[in-house]
Design a protein around this ligand. Structure first.
Ligand SMILES: [Zn+2]
Length: 91
């Protein structure tokens, strides 16, 4: 599921929160409140189910600006978070 789909599910109230974007650290996503800040940002931007497609550019820009630091990097057969150094097995 891509990130836009995750936001959509959240807006449809099929999910209570937005999961970490693919290839980004779930630990940092929850613990360092990336999710909370993002939820606040989409509220401030008034993103809803009617305008989410038009707001895709805004979401992409936010993503690039704020989530780069918790992107997982591939090392041998593991994915490592540059921020907290936790490693994950790829799915
Ligand atoms: Zn992390």
């Amino acid at each position: 599921m891509n990130f836009i789909q995750k936001i959509r599910q959240f807006l449809e109230k099929k999910a209570n929160h937005i999961e970490a974007p693919e290839n980004h650290c779930p630990n940092c996503w929850g613990r360092q409140e990336y999710e909370g800040q993002f939820l606040e940002a989409i509220r401030n931007e008034q993103i809803d189910l009617n305008n989410i497609d038009q707001k895709k550019g805004w979401i992409d820009a936010y993503f690039t600006r704020h989530f780069e630091g918790i992107k997982l990097r591939q090392e041998n057969d593991e994915l490592i978070c540059s921020a907290c150094e936790l490693s994950y097995k790829p799915d």
